[in-house]
Ligand binder design. Sequence first.
Ligand code: G1P
Length: 289
Amino acid sequence: MKVRKAVIPVAGLGTRFLPASKAIPKEMLTIVDRPTIQYIVEEVVAAGIEQIILVTSQGKSAIENHFDYDFHLDAVLYEKKKTALLEEMRHLANLIDIVSVRQKKPLGLGHAIWSARNVVGNEPFVVLLGDDLVLSEQPCCKQMLNIFDEVKESVVAVQQVPKDETYQYGIVEGQHIRDRVIKIDRMVEKPAPGTTKSDMAIIGRYILQPEIFGLLEKTTPGHGGEIQLTDALLALSNQRGMYAYEFEGTRFDAGDKLGYLKAIIAFALRHPDIGENFSDHIKHVAAQL
Ligand code: G1P
C-alpha cells in the first residue's frame, strides 16, 4: 500500500530553547534561511508523500502561516517586481497539502501521534520528529519508504550512538537480516545505564502500520510519566513484526543547542549562495583557535 501521509508532531513547548522559543515555536528557529520545520517538510515532499498532518498546540500558528499563501506579501512582492522571491513564496505555499490537529494535553509523543488517528485513518503513515534533521544524498524519509516497500511492516530509523548516550534515546535490540536492516526483538525508551547491550538508537523517522493507534490507546504512561511511542512500538513489533533501518546520512539533533549550531554550520557550508564564503570564514576562525 502506498504511504501517502506524514505526521509531524510540533506541540512541544521547546523548553530546551527558552528564551528563544518563548514567543515563537522552536520549529520556526532558523537554520541559515529557513525554519527547521521547512527542512522536514521538504524532506517529506521529496519522498513523494501527499499530505502532512501537523500535531499542534496553542501558540504554534506561525508554523501553519509559514506554509500558507500570504496575499499581502504576494501583492507587495509583485508590485516591487521581486519575481524570484515571489515565485519562491508561492512555491512554499503550494509545497504540499497540510492539515493540523490539536494535541489537547501534553501527555507525550505517543499521545501526540494518537491525536492524528482520525486524519490518518487505516493506512500506513510516516512520522517525522522536527528535532531530527538528516543531511543525506537520498532523503531519509525516501530511504525508509524503500525499506518499507521491501519488508512491508513498520520501520524505525536507527543510528549507532555512544554507549554512554543510550539513555537519551529509544533503543532497539534485534538481529541484522542484512546490511543496515535489523529485525527488532525488543525496544526500550531511554534505558537506564547498563540495562541494554544495544547501542542502536531510534532517530525521529518512523513508518507505522495503523494498528499503532489502537495500541497507543492502551499504552499506559511510561518513561517520564508520558505515553511513550516506543512502548506502543514494542507492542506492535510483538504483534506483527518491525524492522530498524540504519539510514545513510548525518543526523543533527536540532532540538539541542550544540546540535542546532552543528546543523547551522553543516547546512551553511552546503548553501549555494553563501557556502563558499562561509567555508573560507570557518577556516579563518579555525586558524585563530
Ligand atoms: C524521542 C523518542 C525517542 C527517540 C528520540 C529521537 O525522544 O521518544 O525514542 O530516540 O525522540 O530524537 P525525545 O528526544 O523527544 O525525548
